[in-house]
Design a protein around this ligand. Structure first.
Ligand code: APR
Length: 313
């Protein structure tokens, strides 16, 4: 047993993989919740049985009952449906809004002080929904995306240069969509700006591949979307919170004037600690970066508006 508790709502590919990454860190006891009967119980038990082999005293429970999430420090929401043929974006928005809304209200009953990490797509908008539905302070609702998008860029830079991923810092901000904003000016290899390290055409290719990173995996998998890297990002966020690391990473956060944005979720550098979002860090953007931010913000706002036309918040 460990002293903290994390509940993961949705025990599908991302949820179960998040549990896997977390269980290895021996950070918190884990509860996997899903609507499918038997599946979370089976995955939870299987993972529990792996713990003696890897030497972790993490306790893992799979369940269909929200009561088992009681006293969670962190709730990670991955529950949702994928877009099916014939389903419009708005149809999907409606379905996932219902699922995420229920996940938040049900878990809050049992864990009134929990910090929420939202992964269900469209995640900027689902994080917005979670904050509004739960009537939560913005510190406690964080969307996962920036760590994943930045990690993709870091991986591509490592492939290109043959340098350790640990030496590569990339910052991808903005909404989690095609209009995301990879900040090449702030990205570097061991302090050397990427723009100095790589020829412009190679850097452009990496930026483009990063923007389409999610789609590249979907096209390869054919069924389903990426889960290892999104799950690893969730685990890193949960660790930073529980250990009060005050780790600065890009995440989706509720904007209250930062970057000139208001009443919306957007990917920006945040400091993660025991309160959740301890601080939002504002970069000074140049004109080109500002224009990219505005374009990305417009795309996110459109989805927020679509949500507001479907559910009253
Ligand atoms: N309550 C709990 N779990 C639910 C509910 C609900 N109301 N509705 C659906 N689920 C569960 C499904 O049963 C499924 O096990 O959510 C899980 C989703 O898992 P997957 O279909 O494997 O999807 P995954 O790849 O994990 O992605 C989940 O994260 O990255 C995003 O875009 C992705 O929005 C998607 C989400």
């Amino acid at each position: 047993m460990t002293t903290a508790k994390i509940s993961i709502i949705g025990a599908g590919m991302t949820g179960a993989t998040t549990a896997h990454w977390l269980a290895e860190r021996e950070l918190a006891d884990l509860v996997l919740v899903d609507v499918v009967e038997g599946m979370p119980q089976g995955k939870g038990l299987d993972m529990l049985e792996a713990m003696p082999i890897i030497g972790s005293d993490t306790h893992i429970l799979g369940t269909n009952d929200y009561a088992d999430t009681a006293g969670s420090d962190i709730i990670i929401v991955t529950a949702g449906l994928p877009r099916k043929p014939g389903m419009s974006r708005d149809d999907l928005l409606k379905v996932n809004a219902e699922i995420v809304g229920k996940a938040v209200t049900e878990t809050l009953k049992h864990s009134p002080n929990a910090i929420y990490i939202i992964l269900t797509n469209p995640l900027d908008t689902m994080a917005y929904l979670a904050m509004k539905v739960g009537n939560l302070p913005r510190e406690r609702v964080i969307g996962q995306a920036g760590i994943l998008d930045s990690a993709r860029m870091r991986a591509f830079v490592a492939l290109e240069t043959g340098v350790s991923v640990e030496n590569i810092d990339c910052y991808v901000l903005g909404g989690h969509g095609d209009e995301m904003v990879p900040l090449t000016r702030h990205s570097n290899i061991a302090g050397v700006p990427l723009r100095e390290y790589l020829p412009a055409d190679r850097l452009d290719a990496i930026v483009e591949r990063t923007r389409k990173g999610g789609g590249e995996i979907v096209n390869l998998l054919k069924t389903g979307s990426a889960f290892y890297a999104p799950a690893a990002a969730c685990a890193q966020m949960a660790e930073a919170i529980l250990k009060d690391k005050r780790l600065i990473v890009p995440c989706a956060a509720y904007m209250q004037g930062e970057y000139g944005l208001n009443d919306m979720y957007f990917g920006v550098p945040v400091m993660l600690g025991r309160k959740g979002i301890e601080k939002i860090i504002e970069y000074r953007l140049d004109d080109e970066e500002k224009a990219a931010f505005d374009k990305s913000a417009a795309a996110v706002r459109e989805t927020h508006e679509a949500l507001k036309s479907i559910v009253s918040l």
